[in-house]
Design a protein around this ligand. Structure first.
Ligand code: SF4
Ligand code: SF4
Ligand code: SF4
Length: 305
């Protein structure tokens, strides 16, 4: 069994999540050779005849696209690994800024570079938008999470290598969360740092924007269990993904409206920074943008050419 891990536009955190399997890696390499992974080994390009390629990161520039198409040709099974690969992830947020702004920020605007440093002209050109891997090539399996969580990977990676099948939950984060819905009175949206939520009741009911109901599970509701609202890092729940008329923003507005008895228009006025709160992990996904009532089209101001 030959395994490869390809890196596109991402933070490499997904590959680190594989390394975080620690001793289990020793069992994995008894059955499989890791033949290519730019983060963990010095092999310049993937060989032919890969059995499973895990692709991490979104497709943001021409080099990402070339590398994706190359690994697709060379791998029997391709897995979109992590939310950037599945839905564009954090890399997709780059579409909120122009190319010019992005380049001047990276090469001139941060403290670790010299002011007025030169912007290189030989970096791969951006595509006109960010893409999820499945927007451009056939994907055999999707593993979401930013990054996918250790307990989940421990279940599925050995099974994939051995060719075993598993029954996995298809439910949302809320289904894995044991908080109870408390009285919802005088609901007012609060940011995460504004107060300390009570640990027993639903965070959304307390006014914290918890996306658990619109987010795919398999993380054991890690954030709500630690008193932090879910910010949607596993991507959309299956009902949102499947139904063309369901979208993260509209479903959250409806949920809050039902919970608080406020008219939807009033709820919409309270929600702000929609790009970062609702679509932080999915803005770069064509599937999510193409939904009938998606707000992504309005949020993306300028496309790269
Ligand atoms: S999904 Fe998250 S951890 Fe993985 S590459 Fe993207 S930003 Fe990094
Ligand atoms: S909205 Fe958040 S806090 Fe409430 S039940 Fe769902 S995951 Fe738990
Ligand atoms: S609770 Fe939400 S933000 Fe936290 S790990 Fe799970 S999906 Fe990601």
């Amino acid at each position: 069994m030959k395994i490869a891990i390809e890196e596109l536009a991402g933070c490499s955190g997904c590959t680190i999540a594989v390394l975080d399997l620690h001793e289990m890696l020793l069992d994995i390499v008894k059955d499989a050779d890791i033949v290519y992974s730019p983060v963990i080994m010095d092999v310049k390009e993937p060989p032919e005849g890969i059995d499973i390629a895990f692709v991490t990161g979104a497709v943001r520039n021409a080099e990402n696209q070339e590398h994706l198409e190359r690994i697709r040709r060379r791998a029997k099974t391709l897995v979109a690994f992590g939310t950037c690969a599945c839905y564009g992830g954090i890399s997709g947020l780059s579409m909120l800024n122009s190319n010019e702004d992005l380049f001047s920020c990276v090469y001139q605007g941060v403290d670790t570079v010299k002011p007025n440093g030169a912007i290189p002209t030989d970096v791969p050109p951006f595509l006109y938008r960010a893409f999820a891997v499945g927007d451009l090539v056939k994907v055999d399996y999707y593993i979401t999470g930013c990054p996918p969580k250790e307990a989940f990977l421990k279940q599925i990676i050995p099974a994939m290598i051995k060719g075993d099948t598993l029954e996995l939950s298809r439910k949302s984060v809320c289904s894995e969360c044991d908080r109870i819905m408390g009285p919802v009175e005088g609901w007012k949206l609060s940011r995460r740092h504004e107060g300390i939520p009570d640990r027993e009741h639903c965070l959304l009911g307390q006014g914290y924007l918890c996306l658990g109901s619109v987010t795919f599970g398999r993380c054991s509701a890690a954030c709500p269990k630690n008193n932090v609202p879910c910010h949607g890092c596993n991507g959309p729940s299956l009902d949102i993904l499947r139904e063309p008329c369901r979208d993260i923003y509209s479903m959250m507005v409806r949920r809050i409206s039902d919970l608080t008895d406020k008219p939807a228009k009033e709820v919409e006025k309270e929600l702000y920074d929609v790009a970062h709160t609702m679509y932080a992990f999915t803005i770069g996904s064509l599937i999510m943008e193409d939904k009938e009532n998606s707000k992504i089209r309005d949020l993306v101001k300028e496309r790269s050419v």
